[in-house]
Design a protein. Structure first.
Lengths: 185, 162
């Protein structure tokens, strides 16, 4: 076994500004019902957006989902899901709903100190000629367990100016984290 | 400067059964890192069940979803000694080529178990996605990949500012 450590090529970065942190929000306490990234019209130097998150909710029964809306819109969300729960694979879809359902979050009452991992890609987020496509990979393995791939659609050609993330019922748990990145293209 | 920073990379000049990235920094180029991403492009050196460990932990839980081209399946495990990227029964062989992308979220948090998402894709075997939990609140300082890899295999570790 040869330890690679961080020799030689340590610190090499992607081209300046290619993938940049815009903002991180970390939840304090258990009373936050939503997180919003706003004023994104100033981020139009980017083409795509990515949200990286570790999430848990205060919901104690059933499975809490993370939801997302753009520009405060309450219409035009579609999705297809492929989900494994440890024993079976489930596929589903939702058409023209009021919010985009992403992946299941961990539940603090049974999963602490474990959080679900979510990675959300928003492709061509600032295009004014395309509906918005979302890719999701997320999962968690503790009392709550799942692995999920999702394709989402916001049927709207507006540039994204705000993104609101919220748990499906209940609140985000203390320590949940959401980091938004801009990707140039 | 980009928030996606290469920490280390290696192209093997000869076969190895495992590869370790050690002394992983929590800050680099003046940036505080939050996540880690490992990207592997592997030429298998033999039949193998690719897996990883962090910090020499030996307890991992996993839930996976797999497509083989004819069936889709999901399974889960608790308290495995390795974090397998594929079902142990789906061994890759020397005729396979596979890529793996492993995302370590909140890699340096000292108040959270480690949440890891992985994708493994081998054209002759299948495609897999897994969620792993490592029951440690220690910051990740080393990652060992247990991949029986031939010369030419590449491994790259990136840090994500957060």
């Amino acid at each position: 076994m040869i330890p690679l450590g961080i020799l030689a090529s340590a610190g090499a970065a992607a081209p300046a500004g290619a993938f940049e942190l815009i903002q991180t929000q970390v939840i304090s306490g258990d009373s936050t019902s939503s997180v919003t990234f706003s004023n994104l019209s100033g981020a139009t130097g980017y083409r795509h957006l990515q949200i990286r998150a570790s999430v848990a909710g205060t919901k104690t029964s059933n499975l809490p989902d993370l939801t997302m809306r753009f520009n405060g819109a309450t219409t035009g969300y579609w999705d297809h899901t492929l989900r494994g729960d440890g024993s079976s694979v489930i596929s589903g879809s939702v058409v023209t709903t009021a919010t985009l359902y992403l992946g299941t979050m961990a539940r603090t009452n049974v999963d602490s100190p474990s959080f679900a991992g979510h990675i959300i890609d928003i492709i061509d987020a600032f295009s004014t000629s395309k509906n918005k496509t979302i890719r999701f990979l997320g999962g968690h393995r503790f009392e709550t367990q799942f692995i999920q791939l999702k394709s989402g659609l916001w049927q709207n050609t507006s540039a994204i100016n705000s993104i609101t993330l919220a748990p499906d019922l209940a609140n985000f748990s203390n320590g949940s984290r959401f980091s938004l990145y801009g990707i140039k293209g | 400067m980009s928030s996606y920073i290469r920490i280390a990379s290696q192209t093997l000049s000869s076969g190895q059964s495992s590869i370790t990235f050690s002394s992983i920094p929590a800050t680099l180029n003046g940036k505080t890192l939050r996540d880690l991403i490992m990207v592997c492009a592997v030429l298998p050196g033999g039949n193998d069940s690719p897996a990883f460990r962090i910090n020499d932990n030996s307890s991992f839980s996993r839930v996976s979803m797999n497509g083989s081209g004819s069936t889709a399946a999901s399974n889960s495990t608790a308290d495995e000694s390795f974090a397998f990227l594929s079902f142990p029964s789906f061994n890759v062989t020397t005729s396979d080529r596979y890529v793996a992308r492993i995302e370590f979220l909140d890699a340096f948090a000292t108040d959270k178990h480690k949440a890891v998402l992985s994708r493994m894709d081998a054209a002759t075997v299948g495609t897999r996605a897994s969620a792993h939990r490592v029951p440690t609140t220690s910051a990740i300082s080393s990652i060992t990949l247990w991949m029986n890899s031939a010369a030419g295999s590449t491994f790259s570790l990136y840090g994500i500012e957060g």
